[in-house]
Ligand binder design. Structure first.
Ligand code: HEM
Length: 181
């Protein structure tokens, strides 16, 4: 994955561990500045190794770490060169999700090697949005879970989010909580 993802993982680690602990982790695990170049492309194995090192140090599972990572991704992306892209993606949760593929496609010109996810709103009724997430990768549903929960908060929506695996991805259900719950 592109180094931008590594940079966001580093920010997450520094926020939880502090700068000194992060420096120690970098020194003891063979990481260095070359692993954190935004427009450099790295193998998924390398990305998973970095997230795995952070997970170990946090004492969290990979799934928990990807969830935490997803929670902070929007803030990271929002302050990156792509902040503007986020603002253009829609003014409410469902529109935003419907625009995600277009949004990712718009970064593809700068990141041609990216393998980007697909999101499709397959149903929306009774206060619940059903979203099909498709990916060529395994294990990133918790990342999506974290991002969607942060995005819902951005739009002032209180939702509970569940998902189950589907071939090539996962089906997410975002259910709005009753106002007086
Ligand atoms: C400005 C906002 C965003 C930017 C700049 C951005 C950019 C990126 C980039 C660079 C990658 C790596 C692809 C690769 O290297 O192969 C990626 C992957 C991904 N993005 Fe985004 N993204 C943004 C917002 C979102 C949002 C709102 C979601 C919602 C869930 C999302 C979900 C994902 C997922 C799940 C992946 C992993 C790829 C996969 O599942 O196979 N992104 N994105």
């Amino acid at each position: 994955m592109y180094g931008m993802i590594h940079q966001a993982a580093r920010d997450l680690a520094v926020a939880h561990l502090g700068e000194a602990e992060w420096e120690r982790l970098v020194e003891t695990s063979g990481l260095n500045g070359r692993h954190f170049i935004g427009f450099e492309y790295y193998s998924d194995a390398e990305t998973m190794r970095i997230v795995g090192l952070i997970a170990d140090r946090l004492g969290c599972s990979m799934a928990e770490t990807f969830y935490l990572f997803g929670r902070t991704w929007i803030d990271f992306a929002g302050t990156s060169a792509y902040g503007r892209v986020l603002c253009m993606a829609g003014g409410d949760l469902e529109t935003f999700i419907s625009n995600l593929d277009r949004m990712h496609a718009s970064i593809k010109s700068n990141m041609p090697k990216a393998s980007l996810p697909g999101f499709e709103v397959v149903e929306s009724r009774d206060g619940a949005i059903h979203v099909l997430y498709r990916s060529e990768r395994e294990g990133l549903a918790p990342f999506v879970h974290g991002i969607l929960s942060a995005v819902a908060e951005r739009f002032g929506e209180r939702v509970t989010i569940d998902y189950e695996a589907r071939p090539g991805g996962a089906l997410f259900v975002l259910a709005r909580q009753p106002v007086n719950a």
